[in-house]
Design a protein around this ligand. Structure first.
Ligand SMILES: Nc1ncnc2c1ncn2[C@@H]1O[C@H](COP(=O)(O)OP(=O)(O)OP(=O)(O)O)[C@@H](O)[C@H]1O
Ligand SMILES: [Mg+2]
Length: 274
């Protein structure tokens, strides 16, 4: 049996506002889970809480990998346990090349005792591995020489995400893919990349509505989030149905969660309008 990521009764607040209200979810290595749900339901909040973003305060519940409590660990330590988050909006780090960034990230995970600024994995070994992974993914090796995120297209940001995942080989990968801002190149990169990287050693949580991502990476489980809870779960047919029909039925079946979600949606509309 592979590793297990266990989320139990998770409550999370952001700036004192309660967002997640008792999330239950178990992901095993080798499983693909899709997380869907309307805007403001808490999907990204769950992703950030999992990797330990300081703004997301866990007020109750637990997150464990094989019984090890993640809540006491900082984001780096969580990464060492095999957790990986592909960010919805990747940050720009000025002056850092893709290869440098990846060498640091890989060293962090494989050499946990190294001090900052020393003990990186040897350059030759790293270069060889990077080249092999890029070739396996069908990526142009020139990409490794680019400055990180500087002028990256949507598709290139996704290439970076997938390459990071290929190098770090996480036990659990969380991909938060908004539908807006994913052009067809970007969708193809993620969808093909995931197909190549997902396997018995990786548990995947894909946050998306994008049919194409799910079509080529059929989720074993689909979960619907509403008002900060997972209100329904099913298989890949549920993902398809939600894509076709939207959330009206789900809201009707869970009026309390729907009302709480509506409050967040109003807040979101108010911020985007101002
Ligand atoms: N950093 C933050 N600061 C303030 N409020 C936040 C923050 N992050 C999330 N929230 C609030 O938490 C609620 C849930 O947001 P979240 O981003 O998790 O939703 P989502 O399901 O990912 O939505 P979307 O489908 O639009 O990506 C919203 O009301 C949002 O305003
Ligand atoms: Mg989101």
């Amino acid at each position: 049996m592979g590793s297990l990521l266990q989320i139990e009764n998770l409550h999370v607040s952001v700036e004192g506002k309660s967002i997640l209200k008792g999330v239950q979810l178990e992901i095993r290595q080798g499983e693909i889970h899709a997380l869907m749900g309307p805007n403001g339901s808490g999907k990204s909040t769950l992703a950030y809480a999992l990797v330990g973003h300081p703004k997301y305060e866990v007020t109750a519940g637990k997150i464990e990998v094989d019984g090890v409590n993640l809540l006491d660990l900082d984001p780096n330590e969580r990464a060492r346990l095999g957790l990986f988050l592909a960010f919805q909006y990747p940050v720009v780090i000025p002056g850092v090349k893709v290869a440098d960034f990846l060498r640091h990230a890989v060293s962090n995970i494989r050499k946990p005792d190294r001090k900052e600024g020393e003990g990186l994995i040897p350059m030759r070994e790293f270069r060889k591995e990077l080249r092999e992974r890029m070739e396996a993914l069908g990526m142009d090796t020139e990409f490794a020489r680019r400055y990180l995120n500087e002028g990256f297209s949507g598709g290139e940001k996704k290439r970076m995400e997938i390459l990071q995942m290929a190098m770090l080989k996480p036990k659990f990968a969380i991909l938060d893919e908004t539908d807006s801002g994913l052009d067809s190149d970007a969708v193809r990169v993620v969808s093909e990349g995931l197909q190549k990287l997902a396997g018995p050693d990786t548990g995947v949580l894909i946050i998306t509505h994008h049919e194409r991502l799910l079509e080529f990476n059929k989720p074993h489980h689909t979960h619907v989030m509403l008002g900060g809870r997972i209100v329904e779960s099913g298989d890949s047919a549920l993902a398809h149905k939600l894509h076709e029909e939207g959330y009206a039925e789900i809201r009707a079946r869970h009026p309390q969660a729907a009302a709480e979600n509506a409050a967040h949606e109003e807040a979101l509309t108010a911020t985007t309008a101002s």
